[in-house]
Design a protein around this ligand. Structure first.
Ligand code: SAH
Ligand code: SF4
Ligand code: F3S
Length: 471
């Protein structure tokens, strides 16, 4: 490796070391992968999309369900073969595991998968270059110490060129960690306690994003609406972000019902830039199960909260997360979940079978349910959620929507963007429209997107009517 290192003369040339980062799990891992790429860019690495070309492979992992964690080991099996083959050609490959599996399992990963050279937790990735230097001098490194504040102080900066390459929408972590300790969840153990990133740093990053052409920023946090500093909560931060020139759209995710305060709800009424979409997981509609999950609110509390939010922003689209088959969940408990879903009518939702996670209180509770019961409940829940999702999408046909154009569509003349409600919309436009917000009429609803007037067969149109640019 030291030979290859000394061969690096130009970070953009063929001799540059290449890093392949594979991301699993939530949006925060997407953000973290980008920051890891930025940290490594300072060390001479360029990103590659092809694992075969990589000198360094990083798996940025998720521990939320058993399947997610197990995926990593099968991927490491494939990488082991690749590394062995390279060894026969005298080439090296450095392999790192980062993210939540790294945090949860630490040195065990190296024991189980000796192909791994480096294990770095989500709070330590800003020290990746130093950790890699140790690997290159022959050490196997495990860095899983908590230091979120330290990371926030040293988050690798994004170069304008990199921001542009990533497109007109961006994630921005404002909060990390969780103190809620839902009894099913590993996140408080992998991401540590709730910590808010300082306001000035957030505003600085948001301005840098806007200056590089980003139009929409999604604020991220495991409990993003728990963000606060001495001057206020997330509502106050959103009000400041809404003033940044160029930033047309703001979103935030994921929120906990207990942290939706009056000021944040009022921000949905007051801020044009704050999009009418809210991901607010409830997990279950049964008070008994909510209590066993330690969610610390009832189904009725949640519905009352939605009433207040809808009073502030009547058209808001709601999204949620559900777990079926939590230990002890009876048929009646499950029916209560279906009831709640019927009352809320989510625009979209994510639902999962309960997965027992080692070290969480849920894992040792009584009443674990057989897999077939969980499967059957999940299917029933998803059928209902899908019905509402389709109805929500179809309600836009014939209406006008403002679409932020993001990227090329499948066919020439088609671009894809998002509506304020986060629905993908196919619009008739060219690449020049990327970053613009255009007003279109919705002609039809497809399984996963809406089609704007003129977008179907846009390539065959002789002269498409110019799109109405809104911003
Ligand atoms: N911080 C967020 C989300 C955390 S994980 C929140 O509080 O809502 C995302 C979703 O994964 C959770 O909302 C939950 O629905 C699901 N999840 C978490 N742990 C799980 C487990 N052990 N089994 C199945 N689903 C789980
Ligand atoms: Fe997990 Fe609950 Fe914290 Fe969300 S609020 S991260 S579900 S413990
Ligand atoms: Fe997974 Fe960690 Fe996110 S466990 S969901 S990657 S916080």
């Amino acid at each position: 490796m030291s030979q290859r290192r000394s061969a690096v003369t130009d970070a953009t040339g063929d001799n540059a070391r290449k890093v392949f980062i594979k991301t699993y799990g939530c949006q925060m891992n997407v953000y973290d992968s980008q920051r890891m790429g930025d940290a490594l860019a300072g060390d001479g690495y360029v990103p590659t999309q092809r694992i075969e070309d990589a000198d360094l492979v990083l798996l940025n992992t998720c521990h939320i369900r058993e399947k997610a964690a197990e995926k990593i080991y099968s991927e490491l099996g494939r990488i082991r073969e690749m590394k062995a083959e390279r060894a026969t050609q005298g080439r090296t490959l450095t392999v790192g595991v980062t993210g939540c599996v790294a945090q949860a399992e630490g040195a065990e990963i190296i024991e189980r998968a000796p192909v791994v050279d480096l294990v770095v937790g989500p709070q330590t990735y800003h020290r990746l270059p130093q950790a890699l230097a140790r690997v290159h001098s022959g050490e196997r490194v495990v860095e899983t110490e908590y230091a979120v504040e330290d990371k926030f102080d040293h988050l690798p900066k994004q170069a304008a060129r990199q921001i542009r390459a990533r497109g007109v929408t961006a994630f921005l972590t404002v909060q990390e960690g969780c103190d809620k300790f839902c009894t099913f969840c590993v996140v408080p153990y992998t991401r540590g306690a709730e910590v808010s990133r300082p306001r000035a740093a957030i505003l600085e990053e948001a301005r840098a994003l806007a200056e590089a052409g980003v139009r929409e920023v999604t604020l991220l946090g495991q409990n993003v609406n728990a963000w606060a500093d001495g001057a206020g909560g997330l509502g106050s931060l959103l009000r400041e972000l809404a003033e940044i020139p160029g930033l047309a759209r703001l979103r935030y995710t994921t929120s906990h019902p207990r942290d939706m305060d009056d000021d944040l709800i009022a921000a949905h009424r007051d801020l044009r830039a704050l999009m009418p979409y809210l991901h607010l997981p409830v997990q279950s509609g049964s008070d008994r199960i909510l209590k066993a999950m330690n969610r610390r609110h009832t189904g009725a509390d949640y519905l009352r909260l939605l009433d207040r939010i809808r009073a502030a922003r009547p058209d808001i689209a709601l999204s949620g997360d559900f777990i079926v088959g939590f230990p002890g969940e009876s048929d009646a408990d499950f029916e209560a979940t279906l009831d709640l879903v019927r009352q809320v009518r989510y625009a979209t939702a994510y639902s999962f079978k309960y997965s027992a996670r080692p070290g969480t209180p849920g894992a040792t509770m009584d009443g674990h349910l057989p897999e077939d019961v969980k499967t059957e409940r999940l299917e029933r829940l998803q059928t209902l959620l899908r019905e509402h999702q389709v109805a929500f999408q179809e309600s836009f046909v014939g209406r006008e929507e403002d679409v932020l154009v993001e990227k090329a569509g499948r066919h020439p003349g088609q671009m894809i963007g998002r509506s304020p409600f986060l629905l993908p919309v196919v619009v008739p436009a060219s690449a020049g429209a990327i970053g613009e917000i255009v007003r279109v009429r919705i002609e039809s609803s497809l399984p996963n997107s809406l089609m704007a007037e003129g977008a179907d067969h846009a390539d065959r149109l002789v002269s498409a009517e110019p799109l109405r640019k809104i911003a």
